[in-house]
Design a protein around this ligand. Structure first.
Ligand code: KIV
Ligand code: ZN
Length: 503
């Protein structure tokens, strides 16, 4: 299978996303991750654009060894000099020269005639070529350029020595069929095209960047320019992760491969999102938080019977961890049973039915039902099954501002009474320490909440505790007119739940 060169421009076009600018340290961190990801070329910046960008490209060029490091330049001497001076430290340096070729750009932006553009392009390539071997040329706004003029300019730059001719859909105007035909037309009409590789660079203004890129691949493009998370000018560039996974998943259609280590995709996406501050939408293909989540009961049921019913890629192939079956109001019994099993509860049909009813009522109120909610539901619903390993018989406390708080607790365990005495920072702490002594456990108290559930002097105090033992976390609750008793019973309930989970 032929290889597709992955040209990542996250650090150049991606950084042109409004609000995405990165400092040099951040750019280097991303560059290193792009190298681990296995991109063939990284466009590290536009060195003439600012002293900071120049320095960033230079630093990246010095550090990166496996990927080619590229700097962007307009077809002018100062830009090419700056790009070369920044990338020359790289093991594999590349200069990317661009010049607009569409009528609109030539007339209004450059105010130059076709003949002048043709001369400038050839001159720029020859000039860059004297500095380093690997030169890429982009006729900016190629998709809106007159095809005949495009063929002419490509022939001229190839004759001048470029190795890669990049066809940008600068304003995201092309459609897949049309863009594919443009690449085919270039292959058929540019006499020396076999001396260069065809690359494409698609913007996403109509949401077609990835489709256009893939249409170009089918028609012979062998380099694709793209960015992590599809970042880039305006609506962004073609997304690297989507292109790579489309090629990997539909080998039958594309019949090409890439050198990207797909297991690094999610990590790279997270890093870019963190450093640019641009969040990834949850439903983004490949790297969105929901890309491997199923909520509909029918889907969850199908997935549990056979993954392939609803999954075309494995989450672990993109480094995502595992498929998530989100338990919400659309979920069914099958998913609930599977999740409970994973949490360690094997319930009979009657118990499942009871838990399912409670679960659905909760799901109507909450967007997502978490594992902790499920544990509480199950343990409440089938509470009888939680063997109360320890039961409170009696307690006695001494507390005051001139004594050390202490507690004497009597618990019943396997028919026997066990007594422990302890001191603590307060009466509740003393009680908890005494319970720990009897049970031989030292759980971590994560939270303790006390609230009045009724009004007046005889109000019921309700205590909720959250505790962790090893990897297990539980919530427990108790109410009493005596807040120390409520605290003690809530703690004891949590200890019993932890022991139940342990079993
Ligand atoms: O979109 C574009 O045309 C560009 C060029 C510099 C390749 O980013
Ligand atoms: Zn661009």
């Amino acid at each position: 299978m032929e290889n597709i060169i992955i040209f990542d421009t996250t650090l150049r076009d991606g950084e042109q996303s409004p609000g995405a600018s990165l400092n040099n340290k951040e750019k280097l961190e991303i560059a290193k991750q792009l190298e681990s990801l296995g991109v063939d070329v990284m466009e590290a910046g536009f060195p003439i654009s600012s002293p900071g960008d120049y320095e960033a490209v230079k630093t990246i060029a010095k550090e990166i060894k496996k990927s080619s490091v590229c700097g962007l330049a307009r077809a002018v001497k100062a830009d090419i000099d700056a790009a070369y001076n920044a990338v020359k430290y790289a093991k594999l340096p590349r200069i990317h020269v661009f010049l607009a070729t569409s009528k609109i750009h030539m007339k209004y932006k450059l105010k130059k005639a076709e003949s002048e553009i043709l001369k400038t392009a050839a001159w720029a390539v020859q000039y860059a070529k004297k500095k380093t071997k690997d030169i890429e040329f982009s006729p900016e706004d190629a998709s809106r350029t007159e095809p005949e003029f495009l063929y002419k300019i490509l022939e001229a730059v190839i004759a001048a020595g470029v190795k890669t001719v990049n066809i940008p859909d600068t304003v995201g105007y092309a459609t897949p069929y049309e863009f594919g035909r443009l690449i085919k037309g270039i292959r058929e009409n540019v006499a020396n095209i076999n001396k260069a590789r065809i690359s494409v660079h698609c913007h996403n203004d109509l949401g077609l960047a990835v489709s256009n890129t893939l249409a170009a691949v089918i028609n012979g493009a062998r380099q694709v320019e793209c960015t992590i998370n599809g970042l880039g000018e305006r609506a962004g560039n073609a997304s690297l992760e989507e292109i790579v996974m489309a090629i990997a998943t539909r080998k039958d259609i594309f019949k090409v491969k890439t050198g990207v280590r797909t297991k690094e995709l999610y990590k790279t996406s997270r890093l870019v999102s963190k450093l640019t501050g641009i969040l990834v939408q949850p439903n983004k293909a490949i790297v969105g938080g929901n890309a491997f989540s199923h909520e509909a009961g029918i889907h969850q049921d199908g997935y549990l019977k056979e993954r392939l019913t609803y999954e075309i890629m494995k989450p672990e192939d993109v480094g995502f961890g595992e498929t998530r079956l989100v338990l919400g109001k659309h979920s069914g019994r099958h998913a609930l049973r599977a999740r409970l099993k994973k949490l360690g509860y094997t319930l009979n049909d009657a118990e499942i039915n009871k838990a399912f009813g409670r679960f659905k009522r909760l799901a109507d109120k909450k967007k997502e039902v978490y594992d902790e909610d499920l544990s509480t539901i199950v343990e409440d619903e089938i509470g009888a099954n939680i063997q109360e390993a320890y039961k409170l018989e009696s307690f006695y406390i001494i507390s005051g501002n001139e004594v050390t708080p202490s507690a004497k607790i009597t618990l019943k365990h396997k028919g026997k009474k066990i007594i422990a005495i302890s001191t603590g920072d307060g009466p509740v702490d003393a009680c908890y320490k005494a319970v720990e002594r009897i049970a031989g456990l030292k759980p971590k108290l994560l939270s303790y909440d006390l609230k009045a559930v009724t009004a007046g002097n005889d109000a019921l105090g309700e205590v909720t505790v959250r505790m962790r033992l090893g990897k297990k976390e539980v919530n427990a609750r108790a109410a009493s007119t005596d807040v120390v008793e409520a605290s003690l019973v809530a703690y004891l309930n949590a200890v019993n739940r932890l022991l139940f989970r342990k079993q």
